[in-house]
Design a protein around this ligand. Structure first.
Ligand code: ZN
Length: 452
C-alpha cells in the first residue's frame, strides 16, 4: 500500500519544484526567527535573497550536533513555546541531551511520514502492530505508534524490554507487525528458543527494524529465524524521529526517503564537499517543512549513498542505502577505515557462529589490534566440547580442528573486505551480553591505554 501516492509517486520535476519552494521559505523563516541561523547565514553570505534554487543548497552552512548542544535547550526553536506541543530529547551519552520540539503541525507531519514508512514495509489497517521501541523522550516508540494509528492498524504500545511478555502478547493478540531494533528482534528469538516456542507458527509477517545499523546478512538471519519479511526503517530525533525513510517490502532495496519533507545530500565526511549521486558519504538533511525545530544541512554522521532511480513499488522518491556506519563509529585501525557492520556481514555469512559479537580494539606498541569475539552456534559448541571435561579449559576448546578451520575462514573473509588481519576469538553460546536496546559492539581500549 502506498499511503500518500500524491507525494510518494510525484514526478521528479514536480518534486524538485516543491523542494525549491519549501527551501526558500525555510531559509527565510529561520533567518527571521532563529538568531543562531541569522548569524550563521550572514557570516556565510547565504542570506535568503541569495537562495533562489536547489543549486544554491551547497552554499548554505552546515548545522552540526555541537550547535544543538551549544543552543541547549531551546535556542534553535523557531516558534514560541506556546506553539510547541511536544518535546523529545536524545540520550546524550556525555553531558546534556539534545532537545527537539514539535508544533501541532510537526506532530501531524511526523505521524504522516511514519504512516508512509510503515505502509512502505507492508503495514495496512488490518494489521496488529507491536511497538517494542522505547516510549518516552526517545522518539522511536511514539513515532511508530502515531504512524501505525494513522494507517488504522491496531497498536500494542508495549515499549522495549519485557521479553517474555512481548512473546506472550505476540501470540495472544496475534501481532502481525513488530517494530523494534534488529538486535532486540534476535534477542526475543533467543528467549523464544529457551521457552521452546515455535515462532515460525506465529501470525507475525513483517518486522520494521531500525535505530541501529544492520547488515543484509543480519536481515536474512532474522527473516529465516522468524519466518517474516524484515524492512529497515531510518530516522533520527534531530530530523523528526523515525519516518525519515523506510524500505519497501516489494524491493527491499534502499530506503524510500520522504524527500518532500527531508532534503538529502551526501557529502565527504572530511571536506564537506557534496558528492554525486551513487557515491558513499555522510548523509546531510535539510528539514523543509518543520516549524518548531527546523534544521539546515544537518550533518547526520550516518554513512550511506543515494539514488533517484524509480523503484518497482511505484514510488519515485529518493532512496538511500542502508546505513553502513557512523562517521563517529568509524574505527581507524592501522590507518584503515573500518565499520563494525562490515565485520558483522562476514560473521553472518557463517551459520556456525551466532550474530552476537564484540569488537575489541587495543594497541600493542605502535600497532593497533582488532579482536573479533563471536559466539559459536550451540550445535557446534556441543560438537567441539564433547569429550572436554571442563569447559573452563579455553585452550582445548578453541584448539579443536573445526574451530581452527572456521577461524582461518573468518579471518580470510574479513581481510578480503577490510584489508587487514584481525584476531578471532570464539565464545561459548550465550556468553556475550545481550542488548535490550542498541547493542554495544565496540570496546576501544586504546583510549584507556593512553594512546589514542
Ligand atoms: Zn520501493
Amino acid at each position: 500500500m502506498i499511503f500518500d501516492r500524491e507525494h510518494e509517486c510525484m514526478s521528479r520535476q514536480d518534486l524538485r519544484q516543491l523542494q525549491e519552494e519549501r527551501l526558500k521559505a525555510l531559509v527565510k523563516r529561520v533567518y527571521d526567527r532563529v538568531p543562531f541561523y541569522r548569524d550563521l547565514l550572514d557570516k556565510s553570505g547565504a542570506t535568503p535573497e541569495k537562495v533562489r534554487s536547489l543549486d544554491d543548497l551547497p552554499r548554505l552552512p552546515f548545522t552540526r550536533k555541537y550547535n544543538l548542544r551549544d543552543e541547549y535547550p531551546f535556542g534553535l526553536f523557531a516558534t514560541p513555546m506556546k506553539d510547541v506541543v511536544r518535546i523529545h530529547a536524545s540520550s546524550g551519552t556525555t553531558g546534556k541531551p539534545t532537545t527537539v520540539g514539535y508544533t501541532r503541525s510537526d506532530v501531524a507531519m511526523w505521524a504522516e511520514v511514519c504512516a508512509r514508512a510503515l505502509a512502505c514495509a507492508g503495514t495496512t489497517d488490518e494489521d496488529t502492530v507491536q511497538v517494542a521501541y522505547g516510549y518516552g523522550l526517545f522518539t522511536g516508540g511514539l513515532g511508530a505508534h502515531y504512524g501505525a494509528e494513522l494507517i488504522g492498524s491496531a497498536v500494542i504500545p508495549i515499549s522495549g524490554s519485557n521479553t517474555q511478555r512481548q512473546l506472550m502478547l505476540m501470540q495472544d493478540f496475534g501481532t502481525t507487525v513488530l517494530c523494534c531494533t534488529p538486535s532486540f528482534a534476535l534477542y526475543v528469538w533467543d528467549v523464544a528458543q529457551q521457552l521452546h516456542l515455535d515462532v515460525t507458527k506465529f501470525p507475525l509477517r513483517v518486522g520494521v527494524f531500525g535505530a541501529e545499523p544492520w547488515s543484509e546478512n543480519m536481515r536474512r538471519d532474522i527473516e529465516r529465524k522468524w519466518n517474516i519479511k524484515a524492512c529497515d526503517i531510518y530516522g533520527l530525533s534531530e530530523i523528526i524521529g523515525p519516518g525519515v525513510s523506510c524500505e519497501c517490502v516489494e524491493a527491499q532495496s534502499g530506503l524510500h526517503l520522504n524527500d518532500d519533507h527531508f532534503l538529502p545530500e551526501i557529502v565527504d565526511p572530511d571536506t564537506g564537499e557534496v558528492r554525486p549521486e551513487g557515491e558513499w558519504g555522510e548523509l546531510v538533511i535539510t528539514t523543509l517543512t518543520k516549524e518548531a525545530f527546523p534544521l539546515i544541512r544537518y550533518r547526520t554522521g550516518d554513512i550511506t549513498r543515494l539514488t533517484s532511480e524509480p523503484c518497482i513499488c511505484g514510488r519515485t522518491n529518493t532512496r538511500m542505502d542502508r546505513i553502513a556506519g557512523r562517521t563517529d563509529d568509524m574505527l581507524i585501525i592501522r590507518g584503515v577505515n573500518v565499520f563494525p557492520s562490515q565485520v558483522e556481514s562476514v560473521l553472518l555469512m557463517s551459520p556456525q557462529v551466532e550474530p552476537h559479537y564484540r569488537l575489541l580494539v587495543s594497541r600493542k606498541g605502535a600497532l593497533d589490534n582488532l579482536d573479533v569475539q563471536v559466539e559459536i552456534a550451540p550445535s557446534l559448541y556441543q560438537e567441539v566440547s564433547a569429550g572436554i571435561l571442563s569447559t573452563d579449559d579455553v585452550t582445548t576448546f578453541t584448539e579443536h580442528e573445526t574451530l581452527v578451520g572456521l577461524k582461518h575462514n573468518i579471518q580470510k573473509n574479513i581481510k578480503d573486505i577490510i584489508g587487514i588481519n584481525v584476531g578471532v576469538t570464539f565464545k561459548e553460546p550465550g556468553s556475550i551480553e545481550r542488548a535490550e536496546g542498541k547493542a554495544q559492539r565496540v570496546i576501544d581500549l586504546r583510549k584507556e591505554q593512553g594512546d589514542s
